[in-house]
Design a protein around this ligand. Structure first.
Ligand SMILES: Nc1nc2c(ncn2[C@@H]2O[C@H](COP(=O)(O)OP(=O)(O)OP(=O)(O)O)[C@@H](O)[C@H]2O)c(=O)[nH]1
Ligand SMILES: [Mg+2]
Length: 352
């Protein structure tokens, strides 16, 4: 992920350290003086190198060495390279507002800081990694939220509503979550509240059979809120820990469909409303997340299809845009291809 980021930072560091090692500009000085100065510079360096060889590190030489090996990055230097870095972030699906924020934070971290020349590259890389990790919101643990609610209110299931535009991976993700919860001894029931798309109910029933999870459904065209309500009643009666409500994919720009999702949320009163986006869509995901957040208030994000994402910027952008954590990444079609999101692991994958 974040193609060429490592290479770009390495190139940046190399250029800065090269610029720093060039002698002061001496254009106004006559040639003879310049040559003389160069000679004395060389002599000094020779002396210094010799001193190093013989480990004769006394006052003057250690001072000289620290002058040579330590440096600071100036505003001008940062500006001349940060544009390239910003473009690279944009190319990797980082939204413009997030790329700008990253550059701003990185600037605060590294400008004027005294660093060893040989560590320019790692300083920039560490700065970028820390900045990115700080922008990402720490995910919470859904398992403990479910058990907390189950314990506090006997017979009260924890209700999770899954929303997103068409084809992002909602239904598959729900099946994965049911499988994940089963592995943690948490029972669930799935509400087939996508009563709109052809074959959506059959798709869920197949998952239900494979997973051994009950699917609550009505006929196509039924009120999705009523299906969700049925599933909650079923869970209460049967002491099921968690209700997962699947919904039809809807464009975030379709006002009537967004009204419908508001109704589902009002009737079912979910404990958690999750936005399911695709890792590969970048800025579009940001816009979708903002719209769903505006309509019903999103508390967490799952990004599916991270396995086919070569970029990585969507995770950064969507979370930052709505100030909500990424809880999981979908990393394939199988049930176990659901990874709890980890900030450190994510920045490692970016090559930082
Ligand atoms: N590679 C990959 N494919 C995925 C992942 N999650 C879902 N898919 C695939 O994406 C396609 C759409 O998945 P669905 O779960 O049906 O998506 P949906 O959001 O429910 O779709 P609608 O209900 O039509 O809006 C299917 O072919 C899934 O197998 C994932 O993490 N990785
Ligand atoms: Mg679906």
């Amino acid at each position: 992920m974040f193609k060429f980021l490592k290479e770009k930072i390495a190139g940046w560091a190399k250029k800065i350290s090269k610029d720093k090692s060039e002698p002061e500009k001496t254009e106004s000085k006559p040639k003879s003086i310049k040559i003389k100065e160069e000679k004395t510079q060389k002599e000094k360096l020779k002396k210094f190198e010799h001193a190093e060889e013989t480990e004769e590190k006394q006052g003057f030489f250690s001072k000289l060495k620290s002058k040579i090996s330590k440096t600071t990055i100036s505003d001008e230097e940062f500006d001349s390279y940060s544009e390239e870095l910003q473009n690279l972030l944009l190319e990797n699906n980082v939204a413009y507002e997030v790329a700008e924020k990253i550059i701003l934070e990185l600037r605060k971290r590294i400008i004027g800081k005294e660093i060893l020349k040989k560590e320019i590259e790692s300083e920039i890389r560490d700065g970028l990694r820390d900045t990115i990790e700080e922008l990402l919101i720490e995910p919470f643990d859904i398992v403990s939220r479910i058990t907390e609610k189950n314990l506090a209110n006997k017979n009260e299931p924890y209700v999770i509503l899954f929303v997103g535009i068409n084809g992002t991976g909602k239904t598959t993700t729900i099946a994965k979550i049911a499988h994940y919860l089963k592995g943690k001894n948490i029972s669930s029931v799935i509400a087939a509240a996508d009563t709109f798309r052809a074959a959506s109910i059959e798709q869920l029933k197949k998952h239900g059979e494979k997973l051994g999870v009950k699917i609550i459904s009505q006929q196509y065209g039924a009120d999705p809120a009523a299906v969700g309500f049925d599933a909650i009643s079923y869970a209460k009666k049967n002491h099921i820990n968690c209700v997962l409500i699947d919904t039809a994919g809807r464009m975030h720009t379709a006002k009537n469909l967004m009204k419908e999702i508001e109704k589902i949320a009002n009737v079912c009163k979910p404990d958690l409303k999750l936005f399911i986006g695709e890792s590969i869509t970048g800025n579009d995901s940001v816009e979708q997340a903002k719209s769903f957040n505006f309509a019903i208030g999103i508390q967490g994000i799952i990004l599916a299809k991270a396995d086919v994402d070569e970029k990585g910027g969507t995770a950064l952008s969507v979370g930052y845009a709505i100030k909500r954590p990424i809880l999981f990444l979908g990393t394939g079609q199988e049930y176990d291809k659901l990874e709890p999101f980890n900030k450190k692991k994510f920045s490692e994958k970016l090559g930082l």
